[in-house]
Write a protein that binds this ligand. Structure first.
Ligand SMILES: [Zn+2]
Length: 307
């Protein structure tokens, strides 16, 4: 079983790095497109090798600043299912779906049905480009960073895939059940770790971990970039530094999809270190569960565990 799983992982790596999308994967597998890496991992875990999963937002890129290419539209013309997060995270999806002209395409928005957090103020407007409509009116999109929400998303993906490929129903059902168990374990692991934190307060890079923070009773006292991709003003920096000093914050979090410059400036001013939280995951750590474990280790460094 383990070997089979590793083999599947190896194939996945090929898919991930072969961003040519339609570069001749085994034709008997069901082609499925997903927007972001975590949804790709959920889909792969459910698929049991029956699916050819293509991730649209490349590793190292934020969905907030992603620009689809003509190849993405061509790819969407050939897949059976498109799995999205929703809530405006994929602000580019509607146009792309139109351009793909694939009437049989099943589109799933996996955040549907979840309790959605408001965006703080006018957060999360994308940098620069004013004509993009982002999630500001639709709430905070980062639902997947709460493993219990992730379970909801896994169920949505499972049901859509079952509909697209009824022959594989038993496979999808069994794999999804096993993965949901794994996500429940992750939730328990996070609860136990967070219970030992010496502080609940943190300063995050942007509002990406709001669902995680709510689930586990943490408190975000400031964010570095209210608009991901746009650096804070000197006045905002001064405010964050003051907040950090007031609460004795030991680390300022950055995210690998954005330059850490502002986080470094703030950290230097208040004598904190810069640590990274990854809301998406990057190869070779493209497993959602492993990415969350790594985030948990970073959080533990910042918040202390009594050692
Ligand atoms: Zn974000």
């Amino acid at each position: 079983m383990r070997i089979v799983r590793h083999l599947t992982m190896a194939l996945w790596v090929v898919v991930l790095f072969g961003f040519g999308f339609s570069s001749g994967q085994a034709s008997d597998r069901i082609p499925v497109a997903v927007s972001i890496l975590p949804l790709g991992d959920f889909t792969r875990m459910i698929g049991g090798g029956r699916l050819d999963v293509r991730v649209m937002v490349p590793p190292g890129t934020s969905p907030h600043t992603y620009e689809p290419t003509p190849a993405s539209a061509r790819m969407l013309a050939t897949v059976r299912v498109l799995i999205l997060n929703g809530l405006g995270l994929e602000f580019w999806a509607e146009k792309l779906i139109d351009a793909a002209n694939n009437p049989a395409l099943v589109v799933v928005r996996t955040a549907e049905g979840l309790e959605i957090l408001e965006n703080e103020r006018d957060d999360e407007q994308p940098a620069g480009d004013g004509d993009r409509t982002v999630h500001s009116t639709r709430g905070n999109p980062h639902v997947w960073l709460d493993p219990i929400n992730a379970i909801h998303q896994v169920k949505g993906i499972r049901d859509a895939i079952k509909q697209a490929d009824p022959d594989g129903i038993d496979v999808y059902q069994a794999h999804a059940a096993r993965y949901i168990e794994e996500l429940n374990h992750l939730d328990e692991e996070i609860r136990q770790t967070v219970a030992k934190f010496e502080t609940r307060k943190l300063i995050n890079f942007h509002a990406g971990f709001s669902y995680f923070i709510r689930r586990y009773g943490l408190e975000q006292v400031a964010v570095v970039e209210r608009t991901p991709g746009r650096e804070p003003s000197p006045k905002e920096i001064a405010n964050i530094v003051e907040t950090a000093k007031r609460f004795g914050i030991k680390a300022i979090f950055a995210e690998p999809q954005f330059p850490p410059k502002a986080a470094r400036v703030i950290a230097e001013e208040c004598g904190a270190q810069v640590l990274f939280l990854n809301p998406l995951g990057d190869p070779p750590d493209f497993s959602y569960v492993e990415t969350m474990r790594r985030n948990l280790r970073q959080l533990t460094k910042a918040m202390g565990n009594g050692d």
